[in-house]
Design a protein around this ligand. Structure first.
Ligand code: NAP
Length: 305
């Protein structure tokens, strides 16, 4: 079985940054990603708060640059779906489709996936008007009416993006105040194409072969309403992709990996970085910081061994 000092699973900003630090430390890291590199940043039209870009930077461009940077330092990339990680003889075995590698250390940077609403019709109409990524699906809603669920940064940012395509965007939020950053709130409130549906939740998605509308319940009055829309875009937060090491490391009650300040998990050979770990602020800036720290501390561990 091939042996490595460090394997990084997940090619978003946390994983890419970890790979750059590990490569510069001489660890010859292998970065394993099952899909396209970039994680959620790949689908972020523009990051306005990433340092060094006074006019913002396109998510896709940032990831392309990070990948080039990683390749320049000799990071190796493999496309594979890791199905199991197990402890074996004081090391780890990382197993995937046609892949088996022994590793001294593993950095888990697998991020999060969208949390579904869990209402009738949502699963059946997924990809048929129900979406979890406005950037990919916005063109489907050209000159249509569409509903966005959520009140955080993602929901508001994506609603603003959708408003360039759709005729009307409803933001359905379960409270009467948004969680999103003030700057996004202001922009959304001033956007004539955006209508807020406060104190409300979606209870069902309706449509035969495509979304034709959603049932909405007002939580304060219990009134039920039908909103005729051709799309439902759900941004109610994310759930961690931590299943891979769920049996090996401590998770918090929501499934996020618990780490200390050095990104160490409860398993001596496993580190976690980025959105998959329990933390206060999940974004690209904190992800790259996590990745750098995880690789630095993992390097110290390998050197001592
Ligand atoms: P989030 O901040 O957790 O917001 C989730 C939203 O969904 C909240 O408004 C929440 O309502 C609502 N919600 C949760 N469960 C719900 C349910 N079952 N039914 C209806 N509504 C529900 O998630 P996010 O917006 O995806 O952001 C995740 C992280 O990424 C945050 O730290 C955010 O700041 C960051 N982010 C940053 C940017 C940026 O441009 N800097 C962009 C996107 C995301 P309540 O408010 O009532 O809890």
């Amino acid at each position: 079985m091939e042996e490595r000092s460090v394997i990084i699973v997940g090619g978003g900003p946390a994983g890419l940054m970890a790979s750059i630090y590990a490569a510069r430390a001489g660890l010859s890291p292998l970065l394993i990603e099952r899909g396209a590199l970039g994680g959620k940043v790949r689908f972020t039209e523009r990051l306005e708060n990433f340092p060094g870009f006074s006019q913002g930077v396109e998510g896709q461009k940032l990831i392309t640059e990070m990948e080039s940077q990683a390749r320049r330092f000799g990071v190796q990339f493999v496309s594979a779906d890791i199905v199991m990680v197990q402890t074996a003889d004081g090391c780890l075995e990382v197993l995937g489709n046609g892949l088996g590698i022994r590793a001294e250390t593993l950095i888990v940077a697998t991020g999060t996936g969208p949390r579904p609403l869990g209402v009738p019709g949502e699963d059946r109409l997924r990809g048929k008007g129900v979406s979890y990524c406005a950037l990919s699906d916005a063109s489907l809603f050209c000159h249509r009416e569409v509903a966005v669920v959520g009140g955080g940064d993602s929901a508001v940012k994506e609603a603003l993006f959708l408003s360039r395509y759709a005729d009307r965007v409803y933001i359905i939020h379960r409270r009467d105040a948004l969680r999103a950053a003030q700057v996004l709130q202001r922009e959304a409130m001033n956007n004539p194409k955006i209508t807020f549906v406060w104190d409300s939740v979606v209870t069902e998605v309706l449509g035969k072969d495509w979304v034709e509308g959603v049932k909405v319940r007002n939580l304060k009055t219990a009134a039920e309403d039908f909103l005729e829309v051709s799309g439902l875009v759900v941004f109610i937060g994310n759930q961690p992709n931590s299943g891979l090491v769920g049996q090996l490391v401590e998770l918090d009650p929501h499934g996020f990996i618990v780490t200390n300040e050095e990104m160490r998990t409860s398993h001596p050979h496993i580190w976690a970085a980025g959105d998959v770990r329990r933390k206060r602020l999940r974004d690209a800036v904190t992800a790259v910081a996590d990745g750098a720290l995880a690789a630095t501390v993992a390097h110290g561990f390998v050197r001592r061994r």
